[in-house]
Design a protein around this ligand. Structure first.
Ligand SMILES: [Zn+2]
Length: 395
């Protein structure tokens, strides 16, 4: 078979291309390489639909609210708000079918997901979700299923699953970035083994334990590394969810589906998630301006006219904060010697060398007194108006 015949055969057998005639080739030109088939995650064209995926954790009426814990009464109020706004809540199944082109959705929809597997999903949220007829997804991690204490039992999960709850995967041990780094330091073989357990064993466990098909994954803490993506495909995950807020469109990368983590102690995220006025503008300064879980300065998405601003975060709403663990990192500077006031829990740093990029990214990390890092990281970016303070090179 000649090269051109092989190419023609390829075009004929590849259904997705068969409607397109091959481009005429100038005589004597080399036969072009056969086009690669579309990758499994090739995004479909935008159909204009926007979906807000909400992420919740724990519910409790008595304990104080934190980023991860919401009063049950507030959760009910939020479900009521969704109903009043007339935004349909769709199931994960319908969301996936729409995302991959086999179903349509109304222009604006909401998907409800709940991470980790807290017992209060069953004791507090389940009745409310049933009352509103809202479908929901549980992202469970293996180690916490039947984990005792505040964890869901298998029976509770099964009961919710029978009532329509969709089950997705959230790893085996819920590792934080430090654990990833430890494995990475031990070399690629150890690192791959670690990722295979977290992403693969967890899926097998949930599938066999609950008798369901697992095709979705929520990255613990939203932490993603490049090495995870081929494994995601190999294990058959069609959609993987982050903690980066934003409306999902049909052409959103299925490896990084945006999610609004709805915080117990900061209502603006819910307000933003349920506002579709700026649909698709998740990365605009205006939308970014409201997405940090704690107040920061300069505001996320703000444009400042100084190259040496004071960068600050108000951590007064963080519960059980261990002041010794608070770290601020600024792109281009690394870890910076920020000052933390234990009385006000305000963290601030006076930039001491002119910011040269148009965007400045900041990350603030900490641990609580039990040594646990926050589920939702505090990361934001602001812009520097270069015209307002033009500084020639070498300054
Ligand atoms: Zn989690």
């Amino acid at each position: 078979m000649t090269h051109s015949a092989a190419f023609a055969l390829f075009l004929t057998t590849a259904g997705w291309l068969s409607a397109q005639p091959a481009a005429p080739q100038p005589s004597g030109a080399a036969v072009p390489a056969a086009p690669a088939p579309p990758p499994a995650h090739a995004p479909l064209p935008d159909d204009g639909v926007r979906v807000a995926v909400l992420g919740y954790h724990e519910f409790n009426e008595k304990e104080s609210e934190t980023a991860m814990r919401m009063h049950t009464s507030k959760f009910r109020k939020q479900m009521e708000t969704i109903r009043q706004l007339g935004i349909p809540v769709v199931s994960m199944q319908d969301f996936l079918a729409w995302k991959h082109g086999s179903k349509t959705l109304p222009p604006h929809c909401i998907v409800i997901t709940i991470d980790d597997g807290w017992r209060s999903v069953y004791t507090d949220a389940f009745a409310i979700l049933k009352e509103f007829h809202y479908p929901f997804t549980l992202f469970l991690y293996k180690q916490y299923v039947d984990g005792g204490g505040k964890a869901l039992t298998s029976d509770m999960v099964t009961e919710m699953e029978k009532a329509g709850a969709y089950i997705g995967c959230h790893s085996v041990t819920h590792p934080y970035p430090a654990v990833f780094r430890t494995h990475k330091k031990r070399g690629p073989a150890d690192y791959e083994k670690f990722l295979r357990v977290e992403m693969g064993e967890s899926k097998d466990f949930l599938a066999s334990h609950f008798g369901v098909k697992i095709v979705t994954y929520a990255y613990p803490g939203g932490y993603i590394t490049d090495e995870m993506l081929p494994l995601a495909d190999e294990f058959g995950y069609t959609d993987l969810f982050t903690v980066i807020p934003g409306k999902v469109s049909r052409n959103t990368d299925s490896h990084r589906v945006m999610r609004y983590m709805i915080l117990g102690n900061y209502d603006k995220v819910f307000e933003m998630a349920t506002s579709f006025r700026e649909s698709g503008a998740a990365t605009s300064p205006a939308a970014l301006a409201q997405t940090t879980p704690y107040p920061v300065s300069p505001d996320a998405g703000a444009v400042v006219n100084s190259r040496m601003p004071i960068i600050a975060a108000d951590l007064s709403k963080v519960t059980d904060l261990n002041p010794a663990t608070v770290i601020m990192k600024v792109a281009g500077f690394g870890e910076v010697p920020a000052t933390f006031d234990p009385a006000t829990k305000h963290l601030s740093w006076q930039v001491n060398r002119k910011l040269r990029q148009a965007t400045c990214q900041v990350a603030v990390t900490w641990k609580d007194k039990a040594g646990k890092a926050p589920e939702t990281p505090l990361r934001w970016a602001f812009q520097i108006d270069r015209n307002a303070e033009y500084l020639p090179d070498g300054d």
